[in-house]
Design a protein around this ligand. Structure first.
Ligand code: TPS
Length: 544
């Protein structure tokens, strides 16, 4: 038998459900195909079988799993597990307490628990100390598999919270799998984003039900999942932007000129889903720097737009588009590996906005997330008193605190986070700027940070959509990227922020007031790109 002291692989954990088999498929054959395809651990989950039938099925499955040297876990029923001599038991929050389960199960069998809260991890370190082998963390996403699901989907951010708690409570022995609504279209970002804040812990595997049990070709479905879980250590970002590059800050300034040349050469198609105040200004800003703006909130054309070479997407949640349209568009750009910039307008101003923004955040991978100080602080989970969609009273917040929040957002969402303000803070949570792309050296603390600064210009606050339009500039530059130019996201974001701040500085010098500043901003963006001499710009990027 397989015992808990052996090294168990949780890489690809199949949880069964006999109610979702395709017509004509037998339960045992379905599981055997999955075993052949490469699942590393199996859980028999039966909610409606009589005890006798349950034991029969468990015994049959035990024999089968043995042939593949894969452990068999029984859901909930310790008696069934003992009767069939299965290798372990998985219990949910409403099932038997963990210490009791361990007592009944004896010292050798594997014991797992479904968790979703930090308090549950605390219990593992106190009253349940030494009892458990692994936890199933979820649900990540909505799922139809579990009836009457009481818990809300937690997204990768929730998984990261649990992984961070396992580090905080010093539980290195507990293994982890993520579960709930996991499918090939979201696995890469879930695996990339799920990480403890100290960077030491990723999930050990993922667990699925419907992806395999409801498949007409369970062997293929399993085989298809394996590559996602077999390279946990990579920080490869190619799936989100189609490019893969490393960043060298020492040569960044020399590259600036060709970054802007490449924008004109590629004329990126920049889809804006943005608020009405920004639409016209954003379109003009995009045109001024050589992009081609399209204001579209039509779900049925998202896929076509995303498939156009050098397309990119700006989502500004001041947009009036329905959530389903936003999510469908996000999915389209993610699946075409085209970059998305996310601007969570007024992130925590109302519960409606928190919900909308969190839904968007958990349903996509973003190349860049841009916000003002208030937005960045609330995204990072630090308290912030947001007033409407303005940046609230952040005057008492120090630059260091803002840098901390920006690093956290960058790391949590594995994105390039931009916090706008007097000093713009850019944090590279993709870690393209690190000399050695070793996953284990990468944590919230080691996220590289860059600062862009020129004069303090209060006039920025006197025009509408100035922050939103930085989003347009970043998105345009990201759109210019493709396999041919293959630039790191961070270099394009830094170039965009520098250009925009420089244009603002020049516009402020010869404006009469906010209206001519507005016009001057567009004029200067146009001139700066046309003359393309970044060497003479006053605005500078520093590495922190
Ligand atoms: C290892 N659980 C949470 S979500 C879900 C289940 C069964 C359904 C996912 O289905 N962790 C482990 N085993 C469990 N039984 C649970 C958690 C509970 P789908 O992949 O079809 O979305």
């Amino acid at each position: 038998p397989i015992t808990r002291d052996q090294k168990i692989s949780y890489r690809l954990y199949l949880v069964t459900d006999s109610s979702m088999l395709p017509v004509g498929h037998s339960f045992v054959e379905q599981v055997e195909e999955a075993l052949k395809g490469g699942v590393t651990i199996v859980q028999l989950r039966e909610k409606n079988l009589e005890t006798g039938e349950f034991i029969k099925r468990a015994s049959a499955l035990k024999k089968l799993c043995e042939q593949y040297n894969v452990p068999l876990i029984i859901n909930d029923r310790i008696d069934v597990a003992l009767a069939a001599d299965a290798d372990g038991v998985h219990v949910g929050q409403d099932d038997m307490p963990i210490d009791l389960a361990r007592k009944l199960l004896g010292p050798k069998k594997i014991l797992g628990w479904s968790v979703s809260k930090v308090e549950e991890i605390e219990k593992i370190s106190t009253e349940f100390k030494g009892c458990l082998d692994y936890v199933g963390i979820g649900p990540c996403f909505p799922t139809n598999t579990k009836k009457n699901m009481k818990k809300k989907p937690m997204g990768a951010r929730g998984v990261s919270k649990i992984l961070t708690a396992l580090e905080d409570y010093n539980l290195p022995e507990i293994r982890t799998v993520a579960i709930g609504g996991l499918h090939p279209d979201n696995l890469e970002r879930v695996i990339l984003q799920s990480s403890s804040l100290n960077g030491k812990r990723k999930v050990d595997g993922i667990s699925v039900v419907s992806e395999i049990m409801a498949s007409i070709s369970p062997f293929k479905a399993t085989e298809n999942l394996l590559p996602y879980v077999s390279n946990f250590s990579s920080r490869n970002y190619e799936f989100a932007t189609g490019v893969s590059a490393t960043f060298d800050f020492n040569t960044f300034h020399e590259d600036l000129q060709s970054i802007f040349t490449n924008v004109s050469a590629t004329t990126p198609l920049v889809q804006h889903m943005t608020n009405k105040v920004h639409q016209n200004f954003g379109a003009n800003v995009t045109l001024a720097i050589g992009g081609s703006p399209i204001m579209s909130e039509i779900e049925s054309e998202a896929n076509e737009l995303a498939s156009i070479p050098n397309s990119s997407l700006l989502i500004n949640t001041g947009s009036v588009a329905p959530l389903e349209t936003l999510i469908a568009t996000i999915s389209a750009y993610n699946s075409h590996k085209r970059p998305i910039v996310f601007d969570p307008v007024g992130y925590s101003a109302t519960s409606t906005r928190i919900y909308l923004n969190n839904q968007c955040l958990s349903r996509g991978q973003y190349a860049c997330i841009k916000g003002n100080a208030g937005e960045m602080l609330s995204l990072a989970g630090f308290a912030s008193n947001m007033k409407g969609v303005d940046s609230g009273d952040v005057s008492k917040i120090s630059l260091n605190e803002l840098i901390g929040a920006t690093k956290k957002v960058a790391f949590l969402f594995r994105t390039v986070a931009v916090c706008t303000g007097k000093t713009d803070i850019i944090a590279d949570g993709v870690g393209e700027g690190l000399p050695s792309p070793s996953e284990l050296n990468f944590s919230q603390e080691t996220v590289p940070v860059y600062l862009v600064e020129n004069e303090d210009l209060p006039i920025w606050g006197c025009i509408t959509a100035s922050g939103c339009s930085l989003g347009s500039v970043i998105t345009t530059l990201l759109g210019s990227n493709d396999k041919n130019s293959n630039r790191p996201i961070i270099s394009l974001v830094l170039a965009a922020v520098t250009l925009y701040k420089e244009a603002g500085l020049l516009a402020s010098k010869d404006c009469k007031g906010s209206a001519s500043f507005n016009v001057g901003l567009i004029d200067n963006l146009y001139q700066l790109v046309k003359h393309n001499e970044p060497k003479v710009w006053e605005t500078q990027v520093k590495r922190q």
